[in-house]
Design a protein around this ligand. Structure first.
Ligand code: DGY
Length: 404
């Protein structure tokens, strides 16, 4: 492999670091502390750094991109790319990749896990056992002592709850499927495209075409064109422009020929079993559990504000597996402290790794350190995608998971 100069921004994955070192010419950004040494480091290596590898918390901002005149590609070890200056990358012709799909199950599992942990008070039960209170005070679930009783009265079911999802993308949809299996009703609010499970969405037609063997234009399609798909196409990757009724019918047919389906479209997909709310406040007002699963951008920053939390109400639970800034954190602390919101399960925070201390003392809150995708299997698959994208770039092949 040609010796691509790669700047890794943080040691977030040992396997990835090792493979980057083995396959490319790796520069470890963390070895130069911020300030003058880092500027010096960048000046010394700027000419040879053609790739940057970041993650959900360490991205390529405008200053870093400006300091790297030879930069060609930013490969993020994350699905969210809110820390990459996409506009600047587009201007400079720098490619950007992320790690979609491989982490969907893990993040969805965690969202449901957090909801159950909050509603069933699993961490509190664990602490009850560890503190020797089971032996001293009796069964947790049966206790009638006044202070524990108040906890017990807040322990409620997850099964059958009304679950609302902010952002019905790949992860949101996977959460919906899981919650459906718990007998929950699903509602959602989403601005972006709504992918169909198993089919891979591309945001532009060129990338779609680059990742397909057969490209079908289905947005103004007639019945005859369907016959373009026949047995000769078995196993071919099929790209469909326009996943309307006809596009979907074609997708179903080609799936029967073991063809993976990619698609591009501008319009929204309807999900017959899920209730769509055009307003987030209305969505929250009609839910028991509100899950944030949308990408972070200017429109979704603080999308969960005081009004939304009040609408969710004193029995409502907020789950955030998206990004910290989706939620107005000071307002969240106030809503929980004042009992205007029932509980929260949080994987992400506004200023990670800083977590508002007020949350530490709250029994209706479950906190985890941004571990949505943190299983061995998924992190390895994410690392392989980063490596695959860099190798494809060097070999001038289509990128595996392009964003820009
Ligand atoms: C990502 O990869 O963007 C998510 O933060 C995973 O938790």
């Amino acid at each position: 492999m040609e010796s691509l100069g790669v700047l890794m921004l943080h040691p977030f994955n040992a396997y990835l670091e090792q493979e980057l070192d083995r396959r490319f010419r790796l520069h470890r950004f963390w070895e130069a502390p911020p300030g003058a040494p880092r500027d010096e480091f960048l000046r010394a290596h700027a000419g040879s750094i053609r790739a940057v590898v970041g993650n959900a918390n360490y991205g390529a901002d405008a200053a870093l991109i400006d300091a790297l005149p030879a930069l060609e590609i930013v490969a993020s070890f994350s699905v969210g790319i809110d820390r990459v200056d996409l506009a600047k990358c587009r201007d400079r012709g720098i490619r950007v990749t992320n790690t979609p799909d491989v982490l969907t199950d893990d993040v969805a599992d965690l969202a449901v896990g957090l909801a159950i942990a909050v509603l069933r008070r699993i961490p509190q039960s664990d602490r009850y056992v560890r503190a020797g209170q089971w032996k001293a005070k009796g069964d947790y679930a049966l206790t009638t002592r006044s202070n524990e009783f108040s906890i017990l009265s807040n322990v409620t079911k997850f099964s059958g709850k009304r679950v609302a999802i902010l952002g019905l993308g790949r992860i949101g949809l996977a959460i919906a499927k899981r919650a459906e299996a718990f007998g929950c009703s699903i509602s959602y609010h989403s601005r972006s495209e709504k992918p169909v499970p198993n089919y891979k969405f591309y945001g532009n037609v060129v990338d779609l075409a680059a990742n397909c063997d057969v490209l079908i234009v289905a947005c103004s399609l007639n019945a005859e064109t369907c016959y373009i798909v026949n047995r000769e196409f078995s196993g071919k990757r099929v790209g469909i422009i326009g996943l309307g009724r006809i596009g979907l019918a074609i997708a179903k047919r080609v799936e029967g020929f073991d063809c993976p389906v990619n698609y591009y479209q501008r319009t929204k997909q309807a999900y017959p079993n899920y209730t769509y709310y055009p307003s987030v406040v209305e969505l929250a007002a009609n839910s028991d559990v509100l899950v944030v699963a949308c990408p972070l951008n200017a429109q979704t920053r603080h999308i969960v504000n005081q009004e939304v939390m009040n609408a969710l109400g004193p029995k409502g639970v907020l789950i955030n597996i998206g990004r910290g800034p989706h939620v107005d954190e000071p307002e969240l602390v106030k809503a929980l402290a004042e009992g205007r919101l029932g509980g929260a399960g949080l994987d992400v925070f506004e200023d990670e790794p800083n977590v508002p201390e007020a949350l530490f003392g709250m029994d209706n809150v479950v906190l985890v350190p941004h571990v949505g995708s943190a299983t061995h299997e998924t992190r390895t698959a994410m690392a392989d995608l980063v490596l695959g994208n860099l190798e494809a770039h060097v070999l001038k092949k289509p990128l595996l998971t392009p964003v820009v």
